[in-house]
Design a binder for this molecule. Structure first.
Ligand code: GLN
Length: 352
């Protein structure tokens, strides 16, 4: 109490100066993102997912992009506050919940970590082990949802939403229209769950787990939220805006490696090759990208390519990775890196 009373607030003009410095620290990046947004927003090719009827109502014009650094600086452009459902972007985060609760050995006895090269909804299990191939395809995600902790369904839903709220730094909710649409049309996912029950890969509460899977896919987020979620992983599991721990640092590496190898559907190999960053996309048009130790990027544009990835989102990431040498295996990059740009612009302004 007393300490609080003794804290001296900086005078107002000092405060303005500080805010000005924080703003200008990111102004160059803001220009880069705006320019990228303005060039890509004119692209209107691709299709909106309609196999879940409610997703078909998305507006093809929408395009938002946010970058959030591990120290909480945010740069954004376009429709970054437009809400959409997280869909498959939820998968690594629920994989993380399973790891936190059960440990890596148990989780890997239920789901593998091998890329499939097949569509996200393929009904295939590893012939030798009967496991789904990885947690980023639907079968693997349903097996992972089965590991969400809690004594009953309501408690498991609460845990799910609490975890996503920790990652986003705000309370999240489920878009009920999409949730209903998913469960009414999710026959293929139900078939997979039954097949996995047959092989003992999911527990006898698998029907609740399926509902949890539909719930996790229907969580409403924005590009801004995805950037904060990505930045939380980039920072080893601690949310840069709230300092709340969403996952332990020891498990973050498992999420990131599964995202790098399996996060972009059957484009995952080429993505790892060209962009070289852990990422996950969803059929509503969201993508989360993690630049470990640096920042998270969130993108939203509902127009998808034939593999189910957001066209503008992928294009933006290809450009950003190249421009700032973000590829994980980049050596001796000569241009300005994202980090140096943030630091140098900050240095520049703190001198003025
Ligand atoms: N809920 C969607 C489904 O199960 C998620 C798919 C996705 O984003 N790839 O079909």
């Amino acid at each position: 109490m007393e300490r609080q009373g003794n804290v001296t607030q900086p005078p107002e003009n000092e405060m303005d100066k500080l805010l000005g410095q924080m703003k200008s620290a990111t102004s160059r990046l803001r220009e880069v993102l705006r320019d990228l947004h303005d060039r890509l927003v004119t692209r209107l090719d691709g299709h909106i997912a309609d196999y879940i009827p409610e997703l078909a109502t998305a507006n093809p014009q929408h395009f938002g992009i946010t970058l959030c650094t591990i120290d909480g600086q945010i740069v954004e452009a376009g429709d970054y506050l437009q809400q959409f459902t997280i869909q498959s972007v939820s998968k690594p985060f629920v994989f993380g919940m399973a790891l936190e609760e059960h440990g890596v050995d148990h989780v890997l006895s239920k789901v593998g970590v091998e890329p499939t090269g097949e569509a996200f909804n393929s009904i295939v299990l590893d012939e030798a082990s009967n496991r789904p191939f990885n947690p980023m395809v639907n079968a693997g995600a349903i097996a992972t949802a089965d590991l969400i902790p809690g004594k009953d369904y309501p408690e498991r839903v609460k845990n799910l939403l609490q975890t996503f709220s920790n990652y986003c730094g705000r309370p999240v909710h489920v878009d009920n229209a999409v949730f209903m649409s998913e469960r009414l049309t999710g026959h293929r996912n139900r078939a997979m769950a039954h097949l996995m029950r047959n092989f003992g890969m999911v527990s006898d509460r698998f029907e609740d787990s399926l509902e949890l899977y539909f719930q996790q896919c229907s969580i409403a987020v924005t590009a801004h939220d995805l950037a904060v979620m990505g930045a939380t992983l980039a920072r080893g599991g601690v949310n840069p805006l709230t300092n709340v721990k969403a996952i332990s640092a020891a498990n973050v590496k498992y999420l990131l490696s599964a995202m790098l190898t399996c996060g972009m559907y059957d484009f995952a190999g080429e993505w790892a090759f060209r962009v070289g960053l852990p990422a996950k996309s969803g059929v509503a048009g969201g993508i989360v990208v993690v630049i470990p130790g640096v920042a998270g990027i969130g993108l939203y544009s509902p127009l998808l390519d034939s593999k189910g990835n957001s066209i503008r989102g992928v294009e933006a990431c290809l450009e950003l990775s190249k421009r700032f040498g973000l590829h994980a295996f980049e050596q001796g990059f000569e241009g300005p890196t994202l980090r140096s740009q943030l630091q140098s612009s900050r240095g520049r302004h703190s001198q003025s």
